[in-house]
Write a protein that binds this ligand. Structure first.
Ligand code: ADP
Ligand code: MG
Length: 383
């Protein structure tokens, strides 16, 4: 299956523009970021296999992949008195850049969504990959995966190291990664939780950074998997009525590629590319968790981040443009400001269960993902 980034091939006028801006940058005449193109995000939909628990409850399958891009969701209409629903069409189809069902392997999902971002990150562009969807629908499986079926994190890092090794320029590349969670609007380092809560700060170049976070430099992909598995165990997971081991936090793997060159025997940073890979907290509504107190508070915070993300997506997808994008509403959107807003290629992988019991959640997930398709972001090269 090919990558859904057909647009990566820039049209000739933009390629020229890119060359021109590089020339200016080298000449030192213009230190601003240069826009080199506009991209819509790649929005993918993955329907996970039916689970044992669903089978035991006698679930029926209501979500189907029709072809590589189309998914159909059928309203099970379990309430015969719901007149409003009875008058609605039972089947609704949705188109995405790419659709997967239980037959898709981890490699297929990775190749069609994320692999195409690597070249850009090495050359100094930002990219963000989101796993979105209700708890239990496969977000962590897609991003982290298992020892035998590693997910996007490890496959990306593996290919990133390989791509850097294959570069033929005279640059030096430094890869570092950090892994954090945002839980109740607080940031914790998953590689070193004893650091306590960390703050977001703007660095001298105006880039938002997590102050004091552990940055691990290049190690091999297998070691990274172990590190991430260990980090993932540190995530705040609490039982809720919706799922026994619900992920109540957003997990963010940030990979930074620094390109350096030697000028008069001193190594200088030339470009920085950042890749965020984010396993979002469950998108189920707070009301569905049927819990009070602490759990309700979490629900509100999770919704705050997801709502803020949704609002940013809405503002960014406003075709008329010029709509104010408010990144300040949550830690997640603040952290992603430089990426999500104007300067990133974005991939969203939405996840649903195929079972009838998940109908409402699947429908709202498909609607959210559908809206994300119309985001338009400008792509600039970082300096
Ligand atoms: P989430 O992170 O969205 O809460 P998980 O990734 O933990 O969901 O998935 C819930 C369960 O379903 C896990 O046991 C996971 O291994 C399994 N699962 C999810 N997606 C797939 C898939 N595509 N193939 C096989 N098992 C899956
Ligand atoms: Mg999870």
């Amino acid at each position: 299956m090919s990558s859904c980034f057909r647009e990566w091939e820039l049209p000739p006028q933009l390629r020229e523009w890119n060359t021109l801006s590089c020339g200016l940058i080298r000449g030192g005449e213009d230190r601003e970021q240069r826009i080199i193109g506009w991209f819509h995000p790649c929005v993918a939909l993955r329907i996970r296999p039916i689970s044992m628990a669903e089978l035991e409850e006698g679930a029926t399958l209501i979500a189907h992949k029709v072809d590589d891009q189309m998914v159909v969701l059928m309203d099970p209409m379990e309430d015969p008195d719901d007149v409003l629903r009875a008058n609605r069409s039972r089947e609704k189809s949705y188109m995405f850049d790419v659709a997967f069902d239980f037959t898709a392997t981890q490699e297929m999902v990775y190749r069609a969504t994320t692999k195409g971002l690597i070249e850009g990150v090495i050359s100094g562009y930002n990219a963000t990959v989101f796993a979105y969807g209700p708890t239990g629908c496969g977000k962590t499986y897609t991003m982290l995966g298992t020892d035998h079926e590693p997910g996007i994190y490890v496959r990306t890092l593996d290919d990133l190291f390989r791509a850097i090794e294959a570069t033929s320029d005279n640059m030096e590349y430094e890869v570092s990664m950090s892994y954090l969670e945002i839980y109740n609007e607080m940031i914790r380092d998953l590689l070193n939780p004893s650091l306590g809560y960390l703050d977001l700060r703007e660095d001298s170049k105006g880039v938002i950074q997590v102050a004091g976070i552990t940055e691990v430099s290049t190690i091999n992909a297998k070691e990274i998997m172990q590190l991430l598995m260990k980090g993932n165990k540190q995530r705040t997971q609490e039982p809720t009525a919706a799922n026994r081991a619900s992920s109540r936090s957003h997990a963010v793997l940030q990979v930074t590629v620094r390109q350096k060159s030697r000028v008069k025997n001193i190594m200088q940073e030339v470009r920085v590319g950042r890749l965020f890979m984010i396993d979002l907290a469950g998108s189920e509504r707070a009301s569905q968790t049927q819990n009070r107190g602490q759990r309700m508070k979490e629900g509100a915070h999770i919704n705050r981040s997801l709502l803020a993300l949704g609002n940013c997506i809405n503002a960014l997808s406003d075709r008329a443009g010029g709509k104010y994008v408010n990144y300040r509403d949550s830690k997640l959107t603040r952290l992603l400001k430089d990426s999500l807003g104007g300067n990133s290629r974005t991939v969203m992988i939405a996840h649903i269960s195929p079972a009838n019991s998940a109908f409402e959640e699947s429908r709202s997930t498909l609607t959210y993902a559908d809206r994300a398709k119309s985001i338009r972001t400008t792509v600039k090269r970082n300096l």
